[in-house]
Design a binder for this molecule. Structure first.
Ligand code: G6P
Length: 608
């Protein structure tokens, strides 16, 4: 939440910062702003505007090409509404020091009262402005922005990524982080600070990881990292493995559509190199974990939570150990019973979701072993886990998650097969069969994507519906939950996913003449296939307009039938969810919504 960019180097800072903000806008789009150091010791130039980045760009009257140091922010509002005044950067009274922030300063009220008592005047309703005033006081004492940042951070409670600039040192950007993301982009004669690497990927592929409670100073030639006491730290460097093109729309109308169409490749890349032979699985990353666990607990939020729910079915069936899946935000405030024999798996595309991070720490404090499934190299959650398995989905920019989900489920399947292979809970021949099924997935997803046009056309016919219900059983149930979540996020329609068996216990009362119901059928050979077909009859008898998702093993008399290829029942969500994503996408387009930046949402939820 909130995108942050800082630049220092020989190029005009404004264009570098705006380019970075454009790539980070998925993190929040309530307002945007920049602060630029145009002249040594003079007031900074600050431009900020409520609304999307385009609003800010529309109001810029100069390219400020004489500014070579600058910071920029795109906001997801927490404290204070999305207005021009509350937009970041926030300034001290001299106008020479500016701050941008991602996170929440929990003790901002007491800080503000203290600062007001000392005569500071506040302009905004944000928690961030206190930091600008505190920094200003500390800067007056030490004359050094990094020293000031260290002492201010020691006084802050909550989570933050902060960047600050002072016109006395226009080539210096100082950053700090606690529980919110910040990476350094190391260029040639220029350096960057940003919430994630996409902000600077077109200029450098060298990045530095920053740890908890660290302060960083960047000038065009140098990066210095310290802890809050000022002790030097050597940050870990890593290379970004994807290029700028991967973070662009590449001819697609929206990032989401592009990412839906990237799913065959994302799944193939995630499977790549995992099968040294047709009946064995290699997950070197798990070698240091004691896999004699007697329970698995999966923790995640949003779509990643649904990935966990889907994975549970395969793990329990193949590995024969109990799996619980819990919303990270709920888990972290419980007193759960975990032992060293509990393997906790956190799933997070960004690796920065605050609730998942806090749940991970909670699980670690209770003695569990932790494994994270993540798509973002070097992010906080994998760094704090005992082991990590990266998905290879490439950058996911659209706020609504698509390819990340499929790859997360695939990784859970790999983990299940790996443990089953070691424990002998599955026969070699069954493992071979399942590996072959997994390897066929990219082609099957491709097949679905080649035939989505009729589905898109059909979707438009439902654009004025008030509500859409999704029905599934067994592993089709979490797929139904995901279908409903996608529709809510994108189309702003009431949508709910139900387990077919629960229908008669309440949800059937929602069915009225014409209510669209999307029903996901398991393969006809499944023991629940008949039950699901009965559920379809029950809702049709009450006037529902059923759209069925089924493989060719079913002979169905339903006008709205979406075909998916046949596959192993436990893997079916990896296919059935694809048309659900397309349905939500098309509905959002038909209703005139902003697909990539749905209202009120942000991709990476780094506040509680
Ligand atoms: C937000 C996004 C969802 C995502 C969830 C978890 O709510 O809008 O698409 O599934 O966060 O994000 P993570 O990065 O932890 O997977």
């Amino acid at each position: 939440m909130c995108g942050i960019v800082g630049y220092t180097g020989p190029n005009p800072a404004l264009s570098r910062v705006i380019e970075g903000l454009r790539r980070l806008e998925y993190r929040g789009y309530d307002s945007a702003g920049v602060a630029l150091a145009t002249k040594v010791g003079e007031k900074l130039v600050v431009e900020k505007k409520a609304g999307k980045l385009a609003n800010l760009e529309g109001t810029l009257t100069s390219d400020y090409s004489n500014a070579h140091g600058g910071i920029g922010h795109t906001r997801w509002a927490t404290h204070g509404g999305p207005t021009d005044v509350n937009a970041h950067p926030h300034l001290d009274e001299s106008g020479k020091l500016a701050v941008i922030h991602n996170g929440i300063i929990e003790n901002y009220i007491e800080l503000k009262e203290e600062l007001e008592r000392r005569g500071h005047k506040f302009k905004s309703e944000t928690d961030t402005e206190s930091v600008a005033h505190l920094l200003s006081e500390e800067f007056k004492i030490s004359g050094d922005l990094a020293t000031a940042m260290r002492s201010v951070c020691s006084r802050l409670r909550g989570s933050f990524t902060l960047l600050a600039i002072h016109s006395d040192r226009p080539d210096l950007i100082v950053g700090a982080r606690r529980n919110s993301p910040l990476v350094v982009g190391v260029g040639t004669g220029e350096n960057f600070l940003a919430s994630d690497v996409s902000a600077f990927i077109s200029h450098t592929k060298r990045a530095l990881e920053l740890g908890q409670d660290q302060v960083v100073q960047v000038t065009p030639e140098k990066v210095v990292v310290t802890d809050l006491s000022g002790a030097a730290i050597t940050p870990k460097e890593y290379e970004i493995t994807w290029d700028a093109k991967a973070a662009e729309r590449g001819g697609f109308k929206h990032f989401m559509l592009k990412e839906i169409f990237e799913q065959p490749k994302a799944v193939a890349d995630t499977l790549l190199g995992r099968f040294p032979s047709s009946d064995s699985i290699e997950l070197k990353e798990l070698e240091n974990l004691a896999l004699d666990c007697n329970r698995i607990l999966i923790l995640a939020c949003g779509t990643a939570y649904h990935a966990g729910l889907i994975g549970k079915y395969a793990i329990e069936e193949w590995v024969q150990i109990p799996v619980d899946v819990e919303l990270a935000s709920e888990f972290r405030y419980r007193k759960p019973v975990l032992t060293s024999k509990t393997l906790v798996i956190t799933i997070s595309q960004s690796g920065e979701t605050m609730d998942t991070l806090m749940a991970l720490r909670h699980a670690e404090s209770l003695g569990a072993q932790t494994l994270s499934i993540c798509n973002t190299i070097g992010s906080t959650i994998p760094r704090e886990s005992d082991a990590v398995l990266y998905t290879h989905a490439g950058p996911e920019i659209a706020v609504a998650s698509t390819k990340a989900l499929l790859t997360q489920v695939v990784v859970l399947h790999l983990v299940a097969l790996y443990i089953a292979n070691r424990s002998g809970s599955l026969s070699k021949s069954r493992i071979k069969e399942l590996i072959s099924e997994l390897l066929e997935l990219p082609n099957k997803i491709e097949e679905i994507l080649e035939t989505v046009e009729p589905l898109r056309e059909m979707t438009r016919g439902y654009k004025d519906s008030n509500s859409v219900l999704f029905l599934g059983r067994h592993v089709g149930f979490p797929a139904a939950l995901e279908g409903a979540l996608k529709l809510k996020e994108l189309a702003y329609m009431h949508a709910e996913g139900f387990a077919g068996g629960e229908l008669k216990h309440g949800p059937i009362a929602l069915i009225d003449k014409g209510t669209p119901v999307i029903a996901i059928l398991p393969p006809a050979s499944s023991e629940i296939a008949e039950k699901m077909r009965s559920n379809i009859q029950e809702v049709r008898a009450r006037g529902a307009n059923v759209i069925a998702i089924a493989d060719p093993s079913h002979n169905l008399d339903i006008p709205n039938l979406i075909r998916i290829p046949e596959c192993e029942e436990l893997l079916q969500p990896l296919l059935s969810i694809v048309p659900l994503q397309v349905f939500a996408y098309e509905m959002a387009v038909a209703r005139g919504n902003d697909v990539d930046q749905p209202r009120n949402l942000a991709k990476s939820v780094t506040v509680e």
